[in-house]
Design a protein around this ligand. Structure first.
Ligand SMILES: Nc1ncnc2c1ncn2[C@@H]1O[C@H](COP(=O)(O)OP(=O)(O)OP(=O)(O)O)[C@@H](O)[C@H]1O
Ligand SMILES: [Mg+2]
Length: 272
């Protein structure tokens, strides 16, 4: 088997006296979606900040294509093809689609439209990249990003990363704030990125979203990998319970769903 694109070996992270990550070992492969699951505060964001050059590990190793490497800053990670899409797409609401697509892509790197901003070319390239991902409702690069739906913004950010040659796509809760239809859209785009051979790290609280795209799953509990398994090896109930640290959450979840089904979609009132 070829070496994974990214690998963590025995990574620890502390902030002063606070230990946040313990002995994390994980692999991220091309054409595969790794879902990182875990409750609030489990260490998911800290882990992806290590993968994207925002933080340095306190100890342990990062390997890329089998070679030890380091990402001293976010730019170093992005130069090596690691693209991180933050929640809400990390885009700029008051910028046009075309503008935002080319933000941060300096002319020095040889990008034509920015030697002098060529609005028409920038718009055409951006709209084509997004439409190639199946977002056919976007046809005008002059539209402001702020007017796009949450799912469209995420899609734009993902299309942008792929367009500029990302090999690893890190998505921190891309579907958290989205409705069912938009989340489905984003999940479809994640599958398309995978089909194109990218490695995807997908962080979510939602087990159903993870199961829709994941090939490989890692559950973090209090900073440690509590479980690491492949698609089909665990049921939805088992994953839900694992995420809650072994508590039987799946039965509670089923109870709430049952209540909502018989109460016109309304969640149960809070307990007094
Ligand atoms: N810079 C920091 N200094 C000290 N502690 C930190 C720092 N950053 C994160 N932590 C702590 O590390 C733990 C993990 O945080 P992290 O943000 O990685 O969790 P998470 O899994 O992303 O949670 P969420 O699901 O809520 O986004 C938390 O207890 C947090 O308080
Ligand atoms: Mg987080």
């Amino acid at each position: 088997m070829t070496a994974p694109i990214l690998e963590l070996r025995g990574v620890n992270k502390s902030f002063g006296p606070i230990d946040v990550l313990f002995d994390i070992s994980l692999t991220v492969r091309a054409g595969e979606v790794l879902c990182l699951l875990g409750d609030n505060g489990a260490g998911k964001s800290t882990l992806i900040k290590i993968l994207s050059g925002v933080y340095q590990p306190t100890s342990g190793q990062i390997l890329m294509d089998g070679q030890p490497t380091s990402f001293p800053n976010p730019r170093a990670a992005s130069d090596k093809g690691i693209a991180t899409v933050h929640q809400f797409g990390g885009t700029f609401p008051l910028m046009s689609i075309g503008r935002s697509f080319f933000v941060g892509v300096e002319p020095a790197r040889g990008w034509g439209p920015f030697k002098r901003y060529d609005r028409k070319t920038a718009n055409a390239v951006a709209v084509k990249a997004v439409r190639d991902f199946g977002i056919t409702r976007i046809d005008d690069g002059d539209r402001l990003v702020g007017g796009l739906s949450g799912g469209e913004r995420q899609s734009l950010a993902i299309a942008r990363a792929v367009h500029f040659g990302a090999r690893v796509l890190i998505l921190d809760e891309p579907t958290a704030a989205l409705g069912v239809k938009q989340a489905t859209h984003v999940l479809r785009i994640v599958n398309e990125a995978k089909r194109r051979g990218l490695a995807v790290v997908f962080i979510t609280h939602q087990v159903m979203h993870a199961m829709a795209v994941g090939d490989h799953f890692a559950v973090l509990i209090r900073g440690a990998v509590a479980a690491d398994f492949k698609k089909g090896e665990k049921t939805r109930e088992e994953i839900t319970d694992l995420m809650a640290g072994g508590a039987s959450m799946s039965s509670l979840e089923a109870e709430i769903e049952g209540y909502m089904a018989s109460h016109g979609g309304h969640p149960p009132p809070p307990a007094h």
